[in-house]
Design a protein around this ligand. Structure first.
Ligand code: AMP
Ligand code: GLY
Length: 429
């Protein structure tokens, strides 16, 4: 196993900082707070749920976080979202001597530039959908007019919070998408990918990796569309469950041999500094697994179902992973199941309503992770699109699902929306 020459012991840690403000970051902090780390916990910027576990800091960019962290000794920093990683927050904080879970800016391009990721996959023959990149409206428009196989997938190369992908059912939808995206000239400057539409079931594979070795987290599945209707808009994610039990041992082995091993080997060959999580979004096609996307961080809402079922000392794992060391070659099998239902504001993903008052009655075997929430004069208020992730726990998915929806029913949140089919009919979907 790959190890750096010198490892700093846990006693050197002066505090823990989690960067981000979503339900994912709430779950990451919850996982670490369980084991009383004995040092101060901070979140930047955090939310109204996180403030019960950590000190929330009003820091909104990589530069602001780095300026604050300068005199804080040796922090353990876990970076939740992709945007600060794309800005290079991991490099800035590592230069200051902090232990950071998150890839370098260069490696973060696996997510921040879909063109970079596609070229990377082509160089190492990693299975993915056939693709082409376009940098002006006319050439993409011409391509769509000549193309006769639909659906066609259009993707913005740059980061778009899960909303830069359209699976266009027909030519008209593809042309309409181009028109919509043309309002922002930067979209074309970064590139738009037109790619083959893959069919099959999707699965979210997360690994913890130091860029040489890796361990799998349990498999998860998320629900990206706003509603169950086939043409409903893509969102950041409306629900998830874990573990996924419908993949055979053989299919897992194929994923390992054809996708994960070559990807991690390629990261090492390209000298990308990677100490963190790689999330590989896969389509299980009739021709085997193919990569839909790479994310250089934990998924949201996948994290909210993964952290509660992975029973490891998270502080230690993150601390050593940040220094390039994996503590074991395998993680323990999950001993329970989890189902997450996202409560979003009306209008999400286009124009979410804000300001609604929320009231929660907690029940047993469930967890509520906050995303866009604030506390105003003691009252909990919605502040944006995805507001709460409600997680039910149980011995199996069905029990966890019941628990999750039972908890949802105790929450008063006017003008909210959520899906009713999360983790239902898993074998069939
Ligand atoms: P991405 O951000 O690239 O993962 O895309 C978001 C979602 O769009 C995926 O989770 C899929 O549901 C869908 N999608 C992306 N690429 C394809 C593709 N080539 N074929 C079919 N669906 C896709
Ligand atoms: N759940 C999808 C993502 O985090 O990108």
């Amino acid at each position: 196993m790959y190890e750096e020459s010198s490892q700093l012991p846990l006693s050197q840690m002066t505090g823990i900082l989690v960067v981000g403000s979503g339900a994912r970051e709430h779950a990451i902090i919850w996982g670490m707070a369980k084991s009383s780390p004995g040092v101060p916990l901070y979140a930047a910027p955090g939310n109204a749920g996180i403030e019960n576990l950590a000190t929330c800091l009003p820091l909104y960019s990589a530069a602001e976080v780095a300026a604050w962290a300068r005199d804080k000794g040796r922090l353990l920093v876990v970076v939740g979202p992709e945007a600060p990683l794309a800005e290079g927050i991991a490099d800035l904080l590592r230069e200051q001597g902090h232990v950071v879970v998150g890839p370098s800016r260069q490696a973060a391009q696996l997510e921040s530039s879909k063109v970079f990721a596609k070229r990377f996959m082509d160089r190492y023959q990693i299975p993915t959908a056939a693709w082409q990149v376009f940098r002006d409206r006319k050439s993409l428009g011409d391509y769509v007019m000549q193309h006769d196989t639909f659906p066609l997938v259009l993707k913005q190369s740059r980061l778009a919070q899960g909303k830069g992908v359209v699976v266009a059912a027909d030519r008209e939808e593809a042309l309409q998408t181009i028109t919509e995206w043309s309002h922002d000239p930067a979209v074309f400057a970064d590139g738009i990918i037109a790619e083959q539409c893959l069919t099959g079931k999707e699965v979210s594979v997360h690994i913890l990796t130091n860029g040489q070795d890796y361990v799998w987290l349990p498999l998860a599945q998320d629900y990206k569309r706003l509603t169950p209707e086939p043409h409903s808009p893509n969102t950041g994610g409306m629900g998830a469950y874990a573990p996924v039990n419908w993949l055979s041992a053989k299919e897992r082995q194929v994923i390992d041999e054809h996708i994960l091993q070559p990807v991690v080997k390629a990261i090492a060959e390209e000298n990308l500094l990677y100490r963190g999580i790689l999330y590989v979004g896969l389509m299980m096609t009739p021709d085997g697994p193919k990569v839909l996307e790479f994310n250089v961080r934990l998924g949201d809402p996948e994290t909210e179902v993964l952290i509660p079922i992975v029973d490891i000392p998270w502080v230690e794992w993150w601390w050593f992973l940040g220094q390039g060391r994996l503590l074991e070659t395998q993680l323990p099998q999950p001993n329970r199941s989890a189902v997450a239902v996202v409560l979003a504001s009306e209008g999400y993903p286009k124009q979410p309503m804000t300001g609604q008052s929320i009231h929660i009655e907690p029940i047993a075997d469930s967890l509520i992770f906050h995303a866009a929430t604030v506390r105003e004069q003691g009252h909990l208020k919605a502040q944006g699109g995805r507001v709460l992730t409600v997680v039910g726990l149980g011995d199996n998915i069905e029990r966890a699902r019941k628990q999750s929806y039972a908890q949802v029913s105790t929450i008063t949140f006017p003008h909210s929306q959520h899906r009713l089919d999360i983790a239902a009919n898993i074998e069939a979907n």
